[in-house]
Design a protein around this ligand. Structure first.
Ligand SMILES: Cc1ncc(C[n+]2csc(CCOP(=O)(O)OP(=O)(O)O)c2C)c(N)n1
Ligand SMILES: [Mg+2]
Length: 335
């Protein structure tokens, strides 16, 4: 089915403007997660924290080509996916700090950040669970017929889940506009992925007949080139697409992970591939000045600080609202 040309939102057409927009988004994620890292050390974050430091370029770049009506679902490492979709930084911090003003009223926390008004369908602690959510969302978007797409970010560890294979099958069979975006960081918790998977994602894509592209997931320019083409193909033809981004999980699986399973030298390799540093190089190559970068970094830091201040001064949820949003009307519990 050929779908009408979409009014492609506010994507800048000048190449350096596109890179600037992606860089700013990546920096917002980096600053927010560095802040969360410290808040966790200070004992201010209830629950677990899985940081995506080193992986920011993927969501920052893919989101450049997303429209407000497109949907996104995510996994346990979902902060970057959420912020890149445009969720408010204050509401995000407040959510992770468990405050009443959080995007989910402070009830979800890090692994359940969601904002349905913006098409952010949620982070998810169940590995692979974002795929069926996104596949269902893509079915709804296809029925609406407005050329919107549904994106799911998932890790290489999810590929061993049966559910993932079911979603690839149905997305291809029903021709659903799902962008399966795999952030392949080589780790599934504390195990290298090659110890868990008997197949490469590229071969799986071939088996299901789904278009596949791969990119260096730490290089905004590399991701940009494949994501732009994949997404415009998906909008025009209403088909699924797989995008595999090789990236780096710089922190532990979760904050507090001792990481004694890491091979020596991996930290140095990862720092040489820092997506922010690579992005700055890409900006310089396209003629963006160091002054622009400096000003942007300062703006991002200032916005981060004021969002954090607002979140920290927000109240905790009122205990009387404990059961709010748990049951729908008419389902208020037993008896
Ligand atoms: C269904 C299910 N199985 C196992 C787990 C435990 N678990 C949490 S994260 C994770 C590894 C995920 O690896 P990957 O998908 O590659 O994401 P990454 O942490 O590398 O970003 C596992 C096995 C879980 N949460 N859900
Ligand atoms: Mg992984």
């Amino acid at each position: 089915m050929k779908r009408a040309e979409m009014s492609t939102e506010a994507v800048p057409s000048n190449p350096s403007d596109i890179l600037k927009s992606i860089y700013r988004r990546a920096m917002v994620i980096r600053e927010a997660e560095k802040t969360l890292q410290q808040l966790f050390v200070d004992g201010k974050v209830p629950g677990f924290l899985h940081l995506s430091i080193g992986q920011e370029a993927v969501a920052a770049t893919v989101s450049e080509f997303l429209a407000p009506g497109d949907t996104v679902s995510s996994n346990h490492r979902g902060h970057g996916h959420t912020l890149a979709k445009g969720v408010s930084l204050t509401g995000f911090f407040a959510e992770i700090l468990g405050r009443a003003t959080g995007i989910c009223g402070g009830r979800g926390g890090s692994m359940h950040v969601a904002d349905l008004r913006l098409g952010m369908l949620g982070a998810n602690g169940i590995v692979g669970a974002g795929l069926p959510i996104t596949t269902g969302s893509a079915l709804a978007l296809k029925a609406r017929g407005r050329n919107e797409i549904a994106v799911v970010y998932f890790g290489d560890g999810a590929l061993a889940e049966g559910l993932v294979h079911e979603c690839l099958n149905i997305a291809r069979l029903w021709s659903l506009p799902v962008l399966f975006c795999c952030e392949n960081n080589g780790w599934s918790e504390f195990s290298p992925t090659e110890r868990q998977l008997s197949v490469k994602l590229k071969d799986l894509a071939g088996a299901f007949g789904i278009a596949y592209a791969e990119a260096d997931g730490n290089d905004i320019l590399a991701i940009l080139e494949v994501a732009r083409d994949a997404i415009s193909h998906m909008r025009a033809e209403c088909v699924p697409h797989i995008l595999e981004c090789r990236t780096t999980r710089v922190r532990g699986h979760y904050e507090g992970d001792k990481q004694d399973y890491r091979p020596s030298g991996e930290a140095d390799e990862m720092s040489a591939r820092d997506p922010i540093v690579i992005a700055r190089r890409r900006l310089a190559e396209s003629g963006v000045t160091a002054d622009w970068v400096k000003t942007t970094d300062a703006e991002v830091k200032a916005a981060n600080a004021s969002a954090l201040e607002a979140a920290l001064s927000a109240p905790l949820p009122d205990a009387a609202t404990l059961l709010a949003d748990v049951y729908t009307a008419g389902e208020t519990g037993h008896g």
